[in-house]
Design a protein around this ligand. Sequence first.
Ligand SMILES: [Fe+2]
Length: 395
Amino acid sequence: MAIELVPLSLPLSADPSRFIEFGREVRGVNPATLNPEEVTEIRDALYKHDVLLFRGVSLTPEQQHIFTKELDPTSEGYGHINKPGKVSGAIQIFGLKTIPRVPAVQLLGNGTVHDHEGFEEVELKHPSHKKFHKTPVSATDEESGITRFCRWHMDAAFYDVSPSRVTSLYGLVVPKGAPQTVKYDDGTGDELPVPLATTAFVSGHTMFDILPAALKSLAVRSRVKYAPHMYLWMSPAHILPTGLGIETEDLEMPLDQLPEWHEAKCKTLPVLWKNEGTGKLHFQVHPCGVMELFIDPLPMGVNCEGALYPEGAHITNLKEVRDLLYRMQRPAISPEFVYPHEWRENDLIIFHNRGLMHSVVGALTRDQVRVFHQCTLAGSDDPIGPSTEDVNNWA
Ligand SMILES: [Fe+2]
């Protein structure tokens, strides 16, 4: 049976014209037993559609690891640093549990889980915006189903290891409960109805595509430098109510108080990453971990009128860096551009981690059990930025 790619059903909040290529359900194939041609077809579809959904899947952690690795055969170990004594990955900060038998696969979710993949009893906690945001929603609002995006991100350490090309997320137990409403609480009045404990996705290509010309020019000329051990660096700070970056309050951990780090392992990456399958440009910045912004001057002969930083710049003021990134990224998380996935049990989603951003959403009570397996493998190289031709097109 041939592989069938079916558009995802979109919520009423989404603008269908912005999801023509984004997201497909894959039918007619079992991710546990793929032949090489099917792997190639799925890999091509992943770069083209960014999110692929498989329904009714039965997958062991070993099979999930193999499948994820097949989609990026050059990938290396787990996408966050995960060695005894090393503490820079999100793993310690966000409560992921490493499955002992298959360390590349992480257990995450909510509630108490018994006798699961080598864990006799394990307590999982759905990451809540209340732990990270400066102004969480009130208890009364929470009771009436108001929630937030927890934190928009890509799955990557941004230190020492390269960002993953692909993440797989497999939902074994999905909590049942009433839908919730994300409030943006940034003065826009934006709200988004979401299924309980959804994973929200936005396209990095759309993030670039909807920008006005002056911000496209800025994006195509810019690189960002991430903090060493960025999850620790940012851990004392607060996240904005939209989940898209950090409040500038000078709360970040001073660099000299972080565990040992080396300049050579710090990551400076282009703001735009070139899609290896389609050649499109995707705006890919984890705004929480950025310390500095490098802007190249406009190319020779380009009209400077209306251009931002026509002579180029190296911006180290955190507030200025964050304000510029927010201006460029915020439009793309508006309700009409968000795909909030309504999880069913045995859904497997693979997503192009170098082509989109995603966020954990919602709040669960202790008795709302959620059990997911995640696999994200570090890339063997860093993402490629815009070509000279891209810069000449967009600067
Ligand atoms: Fe993630």
